[in-house]
Structures are given as C-alpha cells and as structure tokens.
Design a protein around this ligand. Structure first.
Ligand code: GAP
Length: 482
C-alpha cells in the first residue's frame, strides 16, 4: 500500500493535511493566493516541534552557537551589498498561447540540461537549439509558441514610512529573501555584547519572502516561508590552514546526522554538489531528500562555504569595520563563514512523506470493520518528539464516571505534554483519527479503570496495548518521551 503512484500519494497527503487541519490554502474563501499557505492547529504544532528540534540541535546542544531573532525589514542597502537587488532572479519563460509561466531552467531540466546558475544568454542558446529541433513546446498546452527567457527578480518590495503610491527606488524596502542577512548585520553587536571567541555560530529561525515564478509544489516552494539558518564564523588560517575544509566537513556530518536522528533513513537522503557556484560561495553542497511524490531527489538543505564575502561586502557598503581581532595571534581579519540553511516547511514535508504509511489491518477482505473504521489504517509514523499531539485520552463512554477520570488525567498530563481529550465517536474512529495525525500514544479509560485504577495505553506503531496504573502514567510517559 505504500507503493502507490507518486502523484496519487502526493494528492492523498495534501488532502490529509487539509482534512486533518495541518495546512490550508491562504485566503481560500477569496479564491486563494498562489504560493502562500496557512497552518492549522496540528500544522502549527508540528512546525513548532521541528523548529524546537533544530534549535536544540543547533544552539542548546552546542557551546559555540548563539541565537538571534532579527527583523524582516532591513536597511535597503543590505540587499545591494549582498547582490540580491541586482542579481537575485530566475529565468522566466511564457507560453504566448495558454499564458502559462515557467522557469526556463526547469524546462531545460526536462531535457537533461543542467542550467543551474547559468547566464540568461546561455539559457537562451540552449532553448534555441531545442526550438530548432522542434522539441521545445509548452509543458502545459504543447504549443511551440514560447517566449525567449528573461530575468525575473525574486525580491518582494514594500514601503515603510511613505505612502505605497510613492514607491520609488529611493524609498523602497524589501521583505528579506533569506534570514542570514540579519545575522551578518548583527555580527558586530553579537561579538561586542556576548564576546564569543572564533569559531562560533549565530543561528536564527524566521520568515523569508521570494517572488517565485512558479509555486506549484504545495509547501515545497512558496512565496512566503520560514528558514532555519546558521552562519559559522572562523579564521581560515587555523587548523594548519585546514579550517575551511574541517569546519565544512563537520557541519556536513552534523546536519546529515540531524535527519537520521529524527527517523529519515539514509537511503532517502543524498548529497548534491553544485558545480556552478553562486557569486558568494567557495563550495556548495545540498542535502537532498527523495521527495518521490514531487518527482525524486530535491534540495532540502544547503551547506555552503561562503568565504569572507558577506562580511567584506557589508563592511564596504556600511563603512563599518566588521573585522575580528584575534588576541592570541594579534591578527586582524574578516572571518570566513560556513552556512547551513533549510526551510521549515520543506523539512516538514520530508518528515511527513517519510512517516506516511498505509496498512491493512483486521480482515483485509472487508472494507469496513465492525466499529465503522476503514480496514486500511493511515498512520503518520513520525518521530515521537516531533508528533503534534503526544497523547490522546479516550474514555470509552461519555458517562461522568469515566469522563471525570479522563479529565483528571488530561489535567495532569497536559502540564507537560500536548494532550488531546476526545469523547466523540466510536473508539475505532478515534484511534484512526489519532493515527492520521501521528499521536504516538492513546490512553483509554474503561469501566474496569474505576475498579483497578488502571488504563490501557495503545502504541501508535505496533498497536500493542498495555495496562498502566493511573498514578504511574506520568512516569510511564516521561520514560517514553525521554
Ligand atoms: N542563505 C542561503 C539560502 O537562502 P537557498 O538555497 O536559497 O539558500 C535555503 O535556500 C533553503 O531554504 C532551501 O534549501 C530550502 O529548504 C528553503 N527554501 C528556499 N526557497 C524556498 C521557497 N521558495 N519555499 C520554501 N522553502 C524554500
């Protein structure tokens, strides 16, 4: 059942995420806003757990990384210095017949041509070759009437302190296209206030905005999204001149291990080396996840060596000296940077895809079992630490005798865990609902509970049940979630 057609699997997962209150189309009652999504109750919990897991791994468990929460709006010169105003764009191609819009590099990819970071001239030469061979047609309506490729800026503009109708080059501000800009601009304040010694990192989680040409892959590529980024500052001359190589390698392993630790098997991950580098990068690898439902391995996270380009540029454009003085070597230099950067929603999609399981339970010949639940069990086998709801408390009857007990259990466990108290529908349907949202444990309270002061705990993955004394429940769950 887990070998269903990737397209069907994609539609099933998207539909589950809406039906169960994880992800909604933004502004749906007005017809929606393309490439923008909202997160419902369970989606919000899941995203929060992913961000907490990342922060724990990247800052709490590291002596050498501190946190930052910088603003979305930054001085417009930031994006001049970083090269975004003049060069953060994608190649766009339009179909004159059906008016559909595509990324020219993605069109070329369909022909096995890698156009990553290539110039617009190079892309148009490749498109012309395909045109001459009569191979270039619109992926949507198959018309051959496609425009040449042109550059499309991904920067999202806004106004601050001036009316929107006077928006001009002088008063435009940008919504940040990546969160690392805030880290570079607060590098000096961080050094001056926290006095970290090199090497050290600054990590932050926050929103970023990109005017993506095509945003049709659900939450994989959106126009508003959250990033989790860390910039690690170091002196390249240390470690016998091998600091860049060694630090870069350490972060490769550290980030790879993060995904394994949260249940992604190595077979679904891949390293992709960028042959053609962005202007700031000295080396660039991506961790790819096999998003089979979106067509195969795709970028999940970037781990990039950025040299000293960022701090040099911001020193130059701001006039503020961002060099570091090493007390021991008495040396002054601009620190080099290794960056790790990943989208929160992309991480969520990988975890959900990896966890989504369909299992035949009970009698496989009947479609509906006696309790009304379907015999195909859909279960999100997501890591317990990431699961939106940790425990569901399900009294077998709505009678006060049982709900008085279940409410007490809820009150106690909810002080520590996100717990749900559900008294509606048959127990089978309630189990299925909790399986679909990935709740690791269900606690049922029955009439025997009144006598033996115990409840039944059901494990999401094995469906095994065990009887636990009510006064030992908190201790039991502390062990399960340790
Ligand atoms: N600071 C470097 C940087 O932003 P990037 O490769 O453009 O590099 C880093 O983005 C990560 O951010 C990607 O690996 C991806 O996980 C996420 N990301 C980028 N664009 C995105 C989009 N439009 N929607 C969702 N996530 C996106």
């Amino acid at each position: 059942m887990n070998n269903i057609d990737p397209k069907e699997r994609f539609e099933t997962i998207v539909s589950l995420l809406k039906r169960r209150g994880f992800v909604y189309q933004s502004s749906e009652i007005y017809g929606g806003l393309s490439g923008i999504y909202d997160y419902g109750h369970y989606g919000t919990l899941l995203l929060n757990n992913i961000k907490s897991a990342w922060t724990k791994s990247m800052a709490q468990e590291r002596e050498d990384v501190v946190l930052l929460d910088s603003a979305i709006f930054m001085h417009p010169t930031t994006w001049k210095a970083s090269g975004h105003v003049d060069g953060f764009d994608d190649p766009q191609i339009d179909c004159r017949k059906c008016k559909a819009r595509f990324r020219a590099d993605h069109v070329l990819e369909e022909f096995g041509i890698n156009a990553d970071k290539q110039s617009i001239e190079w892309i148009n030469t490749e498109l012309d070759k395909l045109r001459a061979d009569k191979k270039l047609v619109c992926p949507n309506c198959k018309s051959a009437d496609l425009t040449p490729a042109k550059r499309f800026s991904l920067m999202v503009k806004s106004n601050l302190g001036s009316p929107v109708d006077t928006l001009s080059e002088e008063n435009v501000v940008y919504l940040r296209p990546e969160t690392c800009g805030g880290i570079y601009l607060q590098y000096k304040n961080t050094v001056d206030s926290l006095h970290p010694k090199l090497p050290f990192g600054i990590a932050q989680v926050g929103k970023a905005f990109r005017n993506e040409i095509v945003a049709k892959q659900f939450v994989f590529r959106t126009r508003e999204f959250e990033q989790m980024e860390m910039q690690y500052f170091f002196n390249p001359k240390t470690d016998g001149g091998n600091a860049t190589k060694n630090i870069y390698e350490e972060w490769h392993q550290y980030r790879w291990a993060f995904y394994l630790n949260y249940g992604i098997p190595e077979s679904r991950l891949n390293w992709f080396k960028h042959e053609k580098l962005a202007h700031y990068a000295t080396d660039a690898y991506d961790i790819e996840y096999n998003y089979a439902m979106l067509g195969g391995f795709k970028e999940l996270e970037g781990v990039h060596a950025r040299g000293n380009w960022d701090l040099s540029q911001h020193s130059k454009f701001s006039g503020c000296d961002l060099s570091y003085f090493d007390e021991e070597s008495k040396e002054r230099f601009i620190p080099h940077i290794v960056e790790t950067s990943v989208g929160v929603a992309r991480t969520m999609l990988a975890f959900i895809d990896n966890a989504y399981t369909e299992e035949i339970v009970g009698d496989p010949t009947s479609l509906v079992s006696s309790d009304g639940a379907r015999d195909t069990r859909v279960v999100l086998k997501i890591d317990k630490r990431l699961a939106p709801v940790k425990i569901a408390i399900l009294p077998l009857s709505k009678k006060d005798e049982l709900t008085n007990v279940s409410k007490e259990i809820f009150k106690k466990l909810s002080k520590k865990y996100f717990v749900e108290h559900d008294i509606t529908q048959s127990i089978g349907k309630r189990y299925r609902r909790q399986d679909e949202i990935g709740t690791p444990y269900c606690v049922t309270i029955d009439f025997d509970s009144l006598e033996d002061k115990s409840v039944t705990v059901r494990d999401r993955d094995t469906m095994k049940q065990e009887r636990i004394a009510i006064d030992k429940l908190a201790e039991y769950f502390d062990l399960q979630f340790a």
